[in-house]
Design a protein around this ligand. Structure first.
Ligand SMILES: Nc1nc2c(ncn2[C@@H]2O[C@H](COP(=O)(O)OP(=O)(O)OP(=O)(O)O)[C@@H](O)[C@H]2O)c(=O)[nH]1
Ligand SMILES: [Mg+2]
Length: 193
């Protein structure tokens, strides 16, 4: 069984060419800026290892964390933080396009805010994952701040988006089920690629 508490920050990279050279499977965390990617990594590992912030755009590069000496968790920068069509926006798109040319990537964790309707960027990201045959799970974040009707709406929507599984998360809840789902891909028991 994976020891999720055994986690080490390794490197922050601007594109895939700088990926650690060892052959380890990885999972990437994707979603709009401020949706809670870094926070989810901290919840999964039970440690304050990924920097989270109230200010959008905190994570600027691809941050690699070594999980239990065996796999990589990759904290990606959020999209939708810079203006569409801006230079930063273009850089981000290039960085991510390059990143996905990645044989070690076994699955993606797509984060959506439970209280918000997915926007065009979210939908583009999801379409891209499907086109590229990258298996993904959806995690609806900030479930602790959502009411029952928002949760119901999210769950109903989640079922239509083509994800392998759908979860809710908040830092107050045990992330066992999400851990299990990610581990299954990393260990390649399920390998959609
Ligand atoms: N209440 C609550 N707050 C959350 C949750 N997840 C994240 N937050 C808060 O939302 C803010 C943004 O979280 P981050 O984890 O930094 O978001 P991110 O997706 O990594 O953002 P970028 O690095 O900018 O892309 C922080 O203030 C977190 O404390 C959650 O499940 N519940
Ligand atoms: Mg972040």
């Amino acid at each position: 069984m994976l020891d999720w508490k055994r986690i080490k920050y390794v490197i922050s990279i601007p594109n895939l060419d700088f990926r650690p050279k060892d052959k380890k499977n990885e999972v990437v965390f994707l979603g709009r800026s401020n949706v809670g990617k870094s926070t989810l990594i901290n919840t999964l590992t039970g440690q304050k290892i990924a920097f989270s912030s109230k200010k959008a755009g905190k994570t600027k590069y691809l941050n690699y964390f070594l999980l239990d000496e065996t796999y990589y968790l990759v904290d990606a920068p959020g999209y939708g933080y810079t203006a569409y069509g801006s230079k930063e926006d273009k850089n981000f798109a290039e960085m991510m396009e390059n990143y996905f040319q990645n044989d070690f990537l076994k699955c993606a964790v797509m984060l959506l805010d439970t209280r918000r309707t997915p926007n065009q960027d979210d939908n583009l990201m999801i379409s891209f994952l499907k086109e590229e045959n990258i298996p993904f799970i959806i995690v609806f974040t900030k479930a602790d701040q959502a009411n029952q009707s928002e949760k119901y709406k999210a769950k109903t929507l989640g079922a239509t988006l083509g994800a392998e599984e759908v979860f809710f998360s908040s830092p107050k809840e045990r992330p066992d089920e999400i851990r299990k789902a990610i581990a299954a891909y990393l260990e390649s028991k399920k390998d959609g690629r």
